[in-house]
Design a protein around this ligand. Sequence first.
Ligand code: SF4
Length: 237
Amino acid sequence: MWPAPFYPTVYGLYGKPTVVNNVETLSNIPHILSHGVEWFRSFGTKTCPGMMLFSLSGDVNHPGVYELPLGIPLRKLIYDHGGGIKNGRALKAVYPGGPSQAFLVPRDIDVPMDFDSLKAVGSGLGSAGVIVLDDTNCMVEQTMKFCNFFEDESCGQCPPCKMGTHYLHQILEKIEAGHGKPEDLQTLQQLSGFVKGRGDCTVITGAAVAVECSLCHFPDEFESHIKEHRCTMKVAS
Ligand code: SF4
């Protein structure tokens, strides 16, 4: 019987070690062969050379896909290329590598957007799907939506992921609807901590990190939903 196909470098096509890279990575090869290694290394940082396709979305004036050198400061990406935050609102949070990576907050605005620098601040670049949120966003609602996505994406073969994504989503839905109880916050913490890293891929860890990060940076939003029995952000915006 073939093992789960999640480590193709060990056991991939026809049961042999298989190299799997995305098109973006492979598309660098002809340029490196044509122009040389030094040319390629002249872009990006010392440890993360080259260019990256940053897919900038969310509450920015000019969302789009920007090919820029790795290590570009987040501030430049959002304000110079993305045209700043929509409607003159303030920045609230940025997911630098999609919802699976810990989000950044305004104090991280000058972090270089490369793999090493983001790892150093406890996040990650992933495939550079940068999602920007302005200050009108409710982090309970956002986290609930992302957990809904992770629940949909779960293939169900790892019980911590199958059940974990479902329960995280369910609890967040309850809190967002104004039916949460104070003890739900502890359950969210415990459940996230328990399921993190317990899947054959990163889906469940992504869900757990999304929840932990929101609870860590915006505990007041969770508490106000529970205390007021409603989403207070919707009134504020
Ligand atoms: S972690 Fe989730 S999505 Fe990944 S293999 Fe396990 S059940 Fe499937």
